[in-house]
Design a protein around this ligand. Structure first.
Ligand SMILES: *Cc1c(COP(=O)(O)O)cnc(C)c1O
Length: 356
């Protein structure tokens, strides 16, 4: 704190991302990155854009990233005016809070969810109310119906639980709240979930947000996008163009376009993650863990007899890091990213040793 801080800076409670430790030979299962490299076509496109002398970096990128909007639109059967792109989906979400969720009534989101949402609420002065998940940690759509709100947001599958909400439940929420935007944060949808993108054609109040950070192995490139009615997209563009004209750099645009187009590679990576997740879930269950059903690239698990923080600490001593949240209702859970088969086997072996 210093006398130079504005009241805004003083009042913030910043988000704390999972750590990115600078330790070699770590098994890193704490921030839901992909264990596989990005599409070779994305890498080639980035290298081609860079060229041998990097001369193209002299020039600003396309402020509208039209090539990327076209690629996303084509991939998902939308039109480019139904697509918004940003510097990671966190930025897309941030703009959605300001452009679409800031109204008089409080917005609604689950009590256990992506912990960036309350941070954005504070940054932008958006009132919110949390809606408890059920005892089995799922979203009950009825709790979002018949309740005054300025908007609704949740991840699907939810984070950090991994549980998915069915599309007809999302449709029910959208139909019951025609004057609110329903933001569906699909950061983890590609690992076996059903995307709500088709709902964006039926409902003018549904905005679906995706990231290239997880299923496309490009967390380091920082690209996310939203799909929705052109009026929703226009609001996001207005905020974006009042904040940063060039959120996506040249390398990010070409890399993202190539990654979106390489469906075969993408499908293969997702398939491997899902197969490993199923093995990991079975191994954890065999060790006595309760594992929530996951359609994400992570599992959320608790051991009935062992303290989660102590398990996380013991794993760390064996150079394996997982995520533990010191939060009500979930402080006995570990969120474990699905790594390679080898990484998940090492995790299971380490847990077996710790539990004995
Ligand atoms: C990882 C994640 C994001 C952010 O992804 P970026 O595109 O890397 O900013 C958004 N929402 C949820 C629920 C996530 O887990």
């Amino acid at each position: 704190m210093s006398r130079f801080w504005s009241q805004v800076a003083k009042d913030l409670t910043p988000y704390v991302p999972g750590e990115q430790p600078k330790i070699a030979n770590l098994i890193k299962l704490n921030t839901n990155e992909s264990p596989y490299p990005p599409s070779p076509k994305a890498v080639a496109a980035i290298l081609a854009e860079l060229g041998s002398d990097g001369a193209r970096l002299r020039l600003y990128p396309d402020p509208n990233a039209d090539l990327l909007k076209q690629a996303v639109a084509r991939r998902y059967g939308a039109t480019p005016d139904q697509v918004f792109v940003g510097n990671g989906s966190d930025e897309v979400l941030a703009h959605a809070f300001q452009a679409l969720l800031k109204h008089d009534a409080p917005i609604l989101f689950p009590d256990i969810t992506y912990s960036f949402y309350p941070v954005y609420c504070r940054l932008y002065g958006v009132a919110h109310e949390t809606v408890p998940l059920t005892d089995d940690f799922s979203i009950n759509p009825a709790n979002y119906i018949g309740r005054r709100n300025g908007g609704i947001i949740f991840p699907n599958p939810n984070a950090p639980t991994g549980r998915e909400l069915a599309l007809d439940a999302i449709a029910d929420i959208a139909r019951a709240n025609p004057d609110s935007v329903v933001v569906v944060d699909e950061a983890y949808i590609d690992f076996g979930g059903n995307t709500a993108i088709p709902l964006t054609r039926r409902f003018d109040n549904v905005l679906v947000v995706h990231t290239l950070s997880k299923s496309r192995s490009l967390a380091g490139l920082r690209v996310g996008y939203a799909i929705g009615h052109p009026d929703l997209i226009e609001a996001l563009e207005r905020v974006k163009n009042s904040f940063n004209s060039y959120p996506l750099d040249r390398l990010a645009i070409v890399g993202a376009v190539a990654a979106i187009k390489d469906d075969a590679y993408f499908a293969e990576c997702c398939r491997k993650v899902v197969a490993t997740r199923d093995t990991l879930t079975a191994n954890l269950a065999a060790l006595g863990f309760d594992v929530l059903p996951s359609t994400a690239n992570f599992v959320f698990a608790r051991h009935p007899q062992r303290d989660a923080a102590e398990l996380a600490k013991a794993l760390r001593e064996r150079s394996i890091i997982v995520r533990h949240f010191k939060l009500p209702r979930i402080d006995q859970f570990l969120r474990i990213t699905v790594g390679t088969d080898g990484e998940c086997q090492a995790l299971a072996d380490a847990l077996r040793a710790i539990l004995n």
